[in-house]
Write a protein that binds this ligand. Sequence first.
Ligand code: NAD
Ligand code: ZN
Ligand code: ZN
Length: 368
Amino acid sequence: MSQVVKGVIARAKGAPVELVDIVVPDPGPGEAVVKVEACGVCHTDLHYREGGINDDFPFLLGHEAAGTVEAVGEGVTEVAPGDFVILNWRAVCGNCRACHKGKPWYCFATHNATQKMTLADGDEMAGAELSPALGIGAFIEKTLVAAGQCTKVDREASAAAVGLLGCGVMAGFGAAVNTGGVGLGDSIAVIGCGGVGNAAIQGAKVVGATTIIAVDVDDRKLEGAKAFGATHTINSRTEDPVERIRELTGGNGADVVVEAVGRPETYEQAFFARDLAGTVVLVGVPTPDMQVTLPMIEIFGRGGALKSSWYGDCLPNRDFPMLVDLYQQGRFDLDAFVTEKIGIGDVEAAFAKMHGGDVLRSVVVLDS
Ligand SMILES: NC(=O)c1ccc[n+]([C@@H]2O[C@H](COP(=O)([O-])OP(=O)(O)OC[C@H]3O[C@@H](n4cnc5c(N)ncnc54)[C@H](O)[C@@H]3O)[C@@H](O)[C@H]2O)c1
Ligand SMILES: [Zn+2]
Ligand SMILES: [Zn+2]
């Protein structure tokens, strides 16, 4: 028996999101239905709505979520009804060329639910299959995912806080710690202090980086970055960030620079603000039209590594419980990312606040 629940869709490019009735099938083999308790509003949801990811409308938005497993399909052993889980978009396959090489965080064939959620009778597009954002779709009372997309964590943790590990916070933490390899005594600069950048800053603090430089164009964001652990801040509207980062690092540049905006000019800043043999990590997502031009002699002469970070090179089952532990021990603050809790009907308003730079994260909280 399928069930009909309320969820938030983007029906067409640029159109405001809508709260509609959605049919959720019972879980089939390898699938789980999860009762969503909280789901953060991520910049990527807005990219979907604007047609910036692909044209597979209608989308079921939302992907930074935590909730309780309601039912599982045949053959599912990793989770059971009643488990409190964070949803992830990296359920590794174990069989692709990345998995075979022992680098499953690059898995090229991650699992999603096989069955589709659809628009309910009475909708102008009744029966249409929904494309869930990042293979999740969690601005909805109950969602259907692959069981591997459910990572079990301690039920005592706040759903609104730990759900954020499902995307932006994990991406930022992992960009600094996993991809950038930042560690004890290192210097790091983070360009763009939204949810992702601040998670990189706090990650660097947790692993013992000594110089943590936050760069943004908005003083409110820089104030926030200090609270997450930035030792220095630079407003790149009024100061040259490359020069300032060099000054703050003994004239050398930072060991690791994380670009958490996704723009050519900030990528170029990151490139020139790192030390010789340092590492640039691009975690911000560019649009297809963007180009960078760099002197090839500098690419050679500076050595080091130019990396991109997909989802912070995380392994959800390894990293989510570890970060929940740090959160519960008071060593990694997740609550500070939650600017406001909103209802499932408020996603469109949350996009406007995100666009205006007013929030780190608005989090949709559903009745339990
Ligand atoms: N790689 C991944 O796996 C992954 C995962 C999640 C999000 N992202 C991407 O990370 C980026 C950041 O996401 P977010 O949720 O933190 O967004 P956000 O909108 O909350 O934050 C962006 C920040 O960048 C600042 N900024 C804008 N222009 C700037 C400039 N020229 N110089 C310095 N700072 C500038 C803004 O003031 C803001 O503080 C987005 O591109 C998002 O799509 C990537
Ligand atoms: Zn794989
Ligand atoms: Zn996201």
